[in-house]
Design a protein around this ligand. Structure first.
Ligand SMILES: [Zn+2]
Length: 130
């Protein structure tokens, strides 16, 4: 009985909840952004013209941005550039890397990341992120 209790306590110490999706994970803490890259947001940036509105070469004084979209961009930029020490699960890391390569990677021909299909890979993020 005592052994079982000890085991429970030990396991509890090792398992943290992913800061991005909330799932339990045994990954160690790392320096990561407040939120993962969000594909729907990246699609919006692409649609509006990535070079004009996003990144180092963008100049908002020369483009007409919808105020709501501008607020979204500012918030998105803020959460992506706020790096703190937190636990993120392996699924989220892989997905974030895939999206990073897809939208920010230089080698656009090689965007695929090998992911072991556990049958639920489409459900990495809760609905709020979609
Ligand atoms: Zn996660």
């Amino acid at each position: 009985m005592l052994f079982i209790n000890r085991k429970c306590v030990t396991m509890k110490n090792k398992i943290n909840n992913c800061a991005w999706c909330g799932r339990p994970t045994m990954m160690p803490k790392m320096q990561v952004a407040e939120m993962p890259i969000m594909e729907w947001m990246e699609r919006k940036i692409d649609k509006a013209g990535r070079v004009r509105i996003w990144g180092e070469k963008s100049d908002w004084s020369r483009v007409k941005l919808d105020p709501a979209f501008e607020a979204e961009l500012l918030l998105y930029d803020n959460v992506l550039s706020t790096i703190t020490n937190k636990t993120v699960c392996a699924n989220c890391m892989v997905e974030d890397e895939r999206l990073y390569q897809k939208y920010y990677g230089r080698d656009l021909d090689d965007v695929e990341v090998d992911v072991e299909d556990d049958g639920g890979s489409d459900d990495i993020f809760p609905d709020i992120f979609k």
